[in-house]
Ligand binder design. Structure first.
Ligand SMILES: COC(=O)c1ccnc(N)c1
Length: 243
């Protein structure tokens, strides 16, 4: 997978080259290229924003600069790219989104700051039949899209074959079966007087699986009843319903 990021703060994306993601890049599983938006400014002040039409607070990022930047970065590779615009006004980014994007050949993230990017940049890309997804990582506002890109790139890249040491980890993620993951324990058996649940040390795999499923159902019902309500009819078996 090739990942391009266009931003006025390239340094914000440095963490993508650390740890697991850094190893994925070194292993050639991911090609990452970060581009400074100011490369495509034409004026001495390298202005990337201007006052919003219609008035109001803040500044809007200029279409000319973004249009040239997008065209130039898209032209760097012939693989089709999904253009991703992080914005609080976007569709929710979920585990299902990460799963879907993990099959893409190329992702191109455009990091907006201020009050966002002139809408015509997205409209122009879409009318050229480019895939453009405006997505939000949650119901809150950030200063810029860079942090959202860190979140989304990590969620996607960890799903790529060969990135996680044990692929089963991704299969047993929270949300992978529509439920939150239950509690996890490791040694010692007793810590500050708190013992690991006996069933987890029983060696009875059927009982352990049932116990884990019950804890996942319990946690989901308590913390995210919306996820439980959204489960498809056949997602819960009789044992689940008995819980
Ligand atoms: C500037 O970008 C944001 O504020 C942003 C991006 C993606 N998701 C959000 N919840 C906010």
């Amino acid at each position: 997978m090739r990942i391009d990021v266009i931003t006025i703060f390239p340094g914000y994306l440095a963490p993508l080259r650390e740890a697991l993601l850094g190893r994925a890049i070194s292993a050639g599983l991911v090609d990452l290229a970060v581009h400074d938006l100011r490369t495509w400014t034409r004026d001495v002040h390298q202005a990337v924003d201007d006052a919003p039409y219609g008035g109001g607070p803040g500044m809007v990022m200029r279409p000319q600069v973004w249009g040239e930047a997008l065209d130039a970065v898209l032209a760097l590779d012939e693989r089709p790219a999904r253009i991703v615009v992080p914005t609080p006004a976007g569709r929710p980014f979920t585990q299902a989104t990460a799963q879907a994007w993990s099959g893409d050949e190329r992702l191109l993230f455009t990091c907006g700051r201020y009050e966002g990017i002139d809408q015509r940049v997205v409209d122009d890309a879409r009318r050229r039949d480019l895939t453009v997804d405006e997505v939000s990582i949650g119901d809150y506002v950030l200063v810029g899209g860079e942090v959202a890109v860190l979140v989304m790139v990590e969620a996607v890249v960890r799903l790529l074959p060969g990135v996680l040491g044990n692929p089963a980890s991704a299969e047993q993620d929270s949300f992978s079966d529509g439920l939150l993951e239950g509690p996890a324990f490791t040694r010692p058996e007793v810590w500050r007087g708190l013992a690991v649940p006996d069933v987890l040390r029983s060696g009875n795999h059927a009982k352990i699986a049932r116990w884990r499923r019950d804890r996942a159902l319990e946690r989901t019902a308590e913390r995210r009843p919306d996820l439980l309500a959204a489960l498809p009819e056949d997602a819960l078996d009789d044992a689940d319903r008995a819980f």
